[in-house]
Design a protein around this ligand. Structure first.
Ligand code: ASP
Ligand code: MG
Length: 406
């Protein structure tokens, strides 16, 4: 007998019909002789609707109260799914986050899980219940309801799987698994059978929107086997797991792209200690997340410094940087908010040479200019003009032959 945590996302519980289908799948898993804990999101569109209601009253609603509103979508789906299971003759019991409790810090709207008491669920399982848990919800040390940030039910599910030491955490969604790249861009994108936590983390943070990043961090930390699969068919999906479970790591596993980038270049920055510190301090004080940073060597005592920020932060970042430029005595600022980042990710990149060269040659053949480069052990990212993003993904996917299984 295995303990299986299943998470159903908003599209999988978007209608009563779909909720009934989830109930069938849950029941089947239980009939197969497993203990089952189900974590659900709100019906698709519901969380947006709830946030919209609050915004009709206030542009900046109090965040404690906003979480009270936003968390209700999940309370509806746990009740409905439990009722559907009862109708089919199964014992099922719903749990809100605060009932378990799932304890978080008090960063309303983006709270972090601190601890989960698994005893209530364990007891209910022992009594023969299927447990249905609200995703996205927690409770802080003042007793207030918190939410875990958009897409947070993934994190609820993986965290609960970790707390209960479940055998697997199945994430049911509207795609068949994790693909080598976005199938909407590249028709021969291929579903991966397995991917490591490290690779998934890179792909998730680079804009492959299958799993909330924090859920992958949780999975990696507590070694929770995650199975991403479709709730609309029975095909096996993608297993996200530890590196040692993947026999032959791929040089390149996947390609991600992100179009929401903007690039800022400070021209002729005086090359002396404390200058970069000053520039980035003012940006971090304004809560702006800086991504790629490139600084040239100085030949004449000045360097050019380029960095990227999210496009929504672009105007704010430009204003702040212009101020810094005056203070540090640089020559000026150039900005471009039509930038995309394309990244290739793969574990075996660590031990293979020539990957970067192949990326650059492939882009060169298409006449795509590289505006910036950043790398980690298992990733190469290039900044390019936004209009070339899809083309770059397609030619790189072909160059590394990702459409064909290794
Ligand atoms: N319902 C929440 C949201 O829409 C949480 C989730 O779906 O994971 O963000
Ligand atoms: Mg979701």
């Amino acid at each position: 007998m295995a303990l299986i945590v299943q998470k159903y996302g908003g599209t999988s519980v978007g209608t009563i019909e779909k909720i009934k289908n989830c109930a069938k799948r849950v029941a089947k898993t239980w009939e197969d002789g497993n203990e089952v804990v189900v974590v659900v999101s709100a019906m698709s569109g519901e969380t947006n609707r709830l946030l919209g209601l609050a915004n009709q009253i206030s542009e900046l609603p109090n965040e404690r109260e906003l979480d009270v509103v936003a968390s209700t979508g999940e309370q509806v789906t746990i009740g409905l799914l439990s009722i559907a299971l009862h109708e089919m003759g199964y014992k099922a019991k719903s749990f809100c986050g605060f009932q378990i409790p799932i304890c978080t810090d008090n960063a309303y709207t983006k709270a972090r899980i601190q601890s989960i008491d698994g005893s209530m669920i364990r007891n209910a399982l022992k009594d023969g219940y299927i447990c249905v848990v609200a995703g996205f919800q927690g409770i802080d040390d003042t007793g207030a309801i918190t939410t875990l940030g958009r897409g947070g039910s993934d994190t609820s599910a993986v965290a609960i799987a970790a707390a209960l030491k479940a055998d697997v955490c199945e994430i049911y969604t509207d795609v068949d698994g994790v693909y080598t790249t976005d199938p909407n861009i590249c028709s021969d994108a291929r579903k991966l059978d397995k991917i490591s936590f490290e690779e998934m983390l890179e792909l998730a943070s680079l804009g492959a929107k299958v799993l909330q990043i924090r859920s992958v961090e949780f999975g990696m930390k507590y070694k929770v086997r995650i199975h991403v699969r479709s709730s609309f068919n029975d095909n096996p999906g993608t297993i996200v797991t530890t590196e040692d479970e993947i026999m032959e790591a791929a040089i390149v596993s996947g390609i991600a792209h992100n179009k929401n980038e903007a690039k800022i270049t400070i021209v002729k920055v005086p090359d002396k200690p404390g200058v970069a510190a000053k520039i980035f301090r003012s940006l971090s004080d304004a809560n702006i997340i800086v991504d790629v940073i490139v600084q040239n060597v100085s030949v004449t005592g000045n360097t050019d410094l380029t960095f990227t920020v999210g496009r929504t932060d672009y105007k704010k970042a430009m204003t702040i940087t212009e101020k810094s430029v005056a203070e540090i005595g640089a020559e000026g600022v150039l900005g471009n908010d039509k930038i995309a980042k394309v990244s290739i990710v793969g574990m075996a990149m660590r031990s293979h040479s020539g990957v970067a060269t192949k990326v650059f040659e492939t882009l060169a053949q298409e006449g795509i200019n590289i505006l910036g480069i950043s790398t980690s052990e298992i990733k190469i990212s290039v900044l390019i003009e936004e209009k070339y993003a899809e083309l770059a993904v397609r030619v790189l996917h072909a160059a590394f032959d990702l459409g064909n299984p290794a």
